[in-house]
Design a protein around this ligand. Structure first.
Ligand code: GLC
Length: 416
């Protein structure tokens, strides 16, 4: 893992480190989880504040076990977790230390849930990211006294930057709600830089504005539910991150059955890495703080795929090479890796029907001499040829040994 600023590029070490974190777990959890109709529940139904605040009486967090959660995240291949410390409804999972009583310690949970989260992640080496809303439906100053609201926002974020040890990133969301306002970003980010010099700064540009480069102090651009483009946004260097829902909501939505499955999640993760971006994949814990059985199981499968088939995706950076279709090449410094989609399957016509292709894969671009190509998942050697100028490499993707293999498959290309 890189620990110092890159001398050639001047890219800050925190950004390089963040890029190798590669795969993050996003957790949207708050009062809205009690209702299980998504995190915009209050807004969609125009629920008055007093009625909405009653959800607090049922927010017990009785099954929120930060240690078990962190263990699960590590086993599923995540390298960081981003937790909604406060969402648009204004309710904080952390102790607001007198700023208001609208926080987890004043609910039946009676605990500082952010403190538990931080301790568990820190002990397991998981990156600690705090989502914090900037849009606020609860605090009247948001509409009535902008400067006072901005001060309240900074005071809130100051707590997160001073009371929980080292933080790896701050993830803001909501500026898109009032594009005409002065969000006083210099002051907010300046304060964070002083208190947490190694924290990556992110501010979601929103679903309608994917990959937009914002304030000069921000370290990364976001792609909300949209695949990142490989091309750099232009201008100064920024990291890229796609944030993606598990179904179509961020907070738990009990009747949303549009749940994704492992193949889609694996291919999204692969595509993000092919574009040089992180994937921040969301699940909405249930009201009690536990994860749904289905989501846990699906994430475990993805984690197993990473471990067995593509551990290179953490350190691997995209190589400038032209491949077939959505295929791409990563370089982790030691080897190159070709990510191959739709590997032909011809092993058993009774199982998988007549599948296309002779398996020949072409990689065009200036590559080092490659002495061996093999599948990562079973170490089978694949035939390969390189032209004398090393501007093209061809290898034969063999069928899966037992039938179908329809998710992206990874071939290791060892330097000669
Ligand atoms: C959008 C939504 C918000 C969610 C965020 C996550 O901005 O308003 O509910 O937290 O996306 O990316």
């Amino acid at each position: 893992m890189k620990t110092s600023d890159s001398p050639e590029t001047g890219i800050p070490a925190r950004v390089l480190r963040y890029e190798t974190m590669a795969y993050g777990l996003f957790l949207h959890w708050g009062l809205y989880s009690v209702q299980a109709e998504g995190e915009w529940y209050r807004h969609h139904h125009r629920i008055p504040q007093e009625a909405y605040a009653k959800l607090m009486d049922r927010f017990t967090a009785e099954a929120f076990d930060a240690v078990a959660l962190a263990d699960f995240a590590v086993s599923a291949g995540f390298r960081y977790i981003c937790l909604t410390t406060r969402h648009h409804d204004g309710f904080s999972l952390y102790d607001t230390r007198g700023l208001n009583d609208y926080d987890a310690p004043h609910s039946p949970a009676g605990r500082d849930l952010v403190a538990e989260f931080v301790e568990a992640c820190g002990a397991r080496g998981l990156g600690i990211f705090f989502y914090h809303t900037t849009l606020d439906w609860w605090d009247p100053r948001f509409d009535a006294d902008w400067d006072a609201y901005q001060q309240y926002l900074r005071d809130s974020v100051r707590i997160l930057c001073t009371e929980y040890g080292k933080v790896d990133g701050l993830w803001f969301d909501g500026n898109w709600a009032r594009r005409d306002r002065d969000w006083q970003e210099d002051a907010l980010y300046g304060m964070i830089r002083e208190l947490q010099p190694d924290a990556v700064l992110i501010n979601n540009s929103s679903i309608g504005n994917l990959g937009a480069v914002g304030h000069p102090m921000l370290d990364a651009v976001t792609f909300e539910q949209g695949l990142p483009a490989r091309k750099a946004p232009g201008g100064r260097y920024v990291a890229k991150e796609m944030c993606e829902t598990f179904n179509s909501h961020w907070g738990v939505a009990a009747k949303d059955y549009s749940l994704k499955g492992p193949p889609q999640l694996i291919e999204t993760l692969a595509s993000c890495r092919g574009a040089g971006a992180n994937l921040l994949l969301n699940v909405g814990p249930l009201a009690d703080g536990s994860l749904s059985a289905y989501e846990r199981a699906a994430l475990q499968v993805v984690g197993e795929w990473i471990q067995r088939c593509a551990p290179c995706l953490y350190e691997g950076r995209p190589v400038d090479a032209v491949c077939r279709g959505r295929d791409f090449v990563l370089d982790d410094g030691e080897h190159l890796y070709a990510f191959v989609h739709n590997v032909p399957i011809r092993k058993n016509m009774h199982l998988s029907g007549a599948e296309r292709g002779d398996g020949l894969q072409t990689v065009e671009g200036t590559l080092p001499e490659i002495r061996r190509v093999s599948w990562v998942d079973n170490d089978e050697t694949l035939d390969h040829w390189q032209d004398p100028a090393k501007a093209m490499l061809v290898f034969r993707a063999t069928p899966n040994p037992y039938g179908s293999q329809r998710v992206v498959r990874v071939a290791r290309m060892e330097r000669g």
